[in-house]
Design a protein around this ligand. Structure first.
Ligand code: PAF
Length: 281
């Protein structure tokens, strides 16, 4: 049975009881609009822990003023049904007043890894993410927390955060789940129209092609990234925020191909912003 927890007191009491019984606790933080990618995190958590808590909180502080906070999908009944089907133990469902009570005045900033890519394209976004993830980890106090590689920069930010703040939690990265045509699963895919859907899938194709030509044909990085941007625009994306080859830990941009690098892209399709990334090897 899925326990639905909406107050900090009941959350603390529930997790305390599990811990006293010697059980290992996993947290899967989400903003809801759950899909098979989230369920892969839940299933993986199940193999590593006795109890799986999934949080759903559409965090206002990680959305910019012109972003999709108000229209972000909130299909809570569907989310509950999926979590029940996948045997999550508890749904942590704080409201905004519980997360950010009157007088809340703290923001967590991770430097370095937040300065490029989405950090540059979405100012303040990662402060919102680092702040809410710090809070979620403090609230639930899990042994492990699972994050998808789909949001690769977010994963790097959170890994840095828990190391720097000596948080007693292990961060587990789970590979991106994709549609059969390669499109990375994302809650934002439901914004896509029928006409935009085949365009969206080009992002992964372009990333894979770019990795191939750098790896197998030795094509120069700058030229490849420039061509990738052009391919995305020609395919129908309205704007490309970046296509970048980066160090897979620091996310520093790379001028030369390296086998352990990460290739990342973000582009807009109408009003929908899509991101994807792959390991180049
Ligand atoms: O990846 C997400 O869904 C969110 O950024 C997270 C980690 C739940 C923080 O709000």
């Amino acid at each position: 049975m899925l326990l639905e927890l909406t107050s900090l007191d009941t959350l603390f009491a529930t997790v305390r009881a599990w811990r006293q019984a010697g059980q290992r606790v996993a947290l899967v933080p989400t903003m809801g609009a759950l899909h098979a990618g989230h369920m892969a995190l839940v299933e993986h958590a199940r193999t590593l822990a006795d109890r799986v808590v999934v949080s759903i909180f559409v965090n206002p502080t990680q959305f910019g003023p012109n972003e999709d906070f108000s229209r972000y999908p909130r299909p809570l009944d569907d989310d509950r049904a999926l979590l029940t089907l996948h045997n999550a133990d508890a749904l942590w469902l704080p409201d905004v007043a519980t997360m950010y009570p009157q007088g809340f005045a703290t923001s967590v900033h991770v430097s370095g890894v937040t300065e490029t890519l989405d950090g540059a394209a979405r100012p303040g976004h990662f402060d919102g993410v680092a702040t809410v993830v710090s809070k979620l980890l403090n609230q639930v106090q899990p042994d492990i927390a699972l994050f998808g590689e789909k949001d690769y920069q977010q994963l790097c930010v959170i890994k840095r955060l828990v190391v720097d703040m000596n948080m007693p939690v292990e961060i587990i990265a789970v590979p991106t789940l994709r549609e059969t045509d390669g499109l990375a699963l994302s809650s934002r895919n439901r914004y896509l129209s029928e006409a935009q859907r085949p365009v969206a899938t080009r992002m992964n194709q372009v990333l894979r092609h770019s990795a191939f030509v750098m790896r197998e044909e030795g094509r120069p990085v700058a030229e490849t990234l420039e061509k990738a941007q052009r391919f995305l625009l020609d395919a129908g994306f309205s704007n490309v925020d970046y296509v970048a080859l980066c160090d897979s830990h620091s996310l520093a941009p790379l001028e030369n191909y390296r086998r352990d690098a990460r290739l990342l892209a973000a582009a807009r399709l109408g009003t929908t912003r899509l991101i994807d990334n792959i390991a180049v090897e």
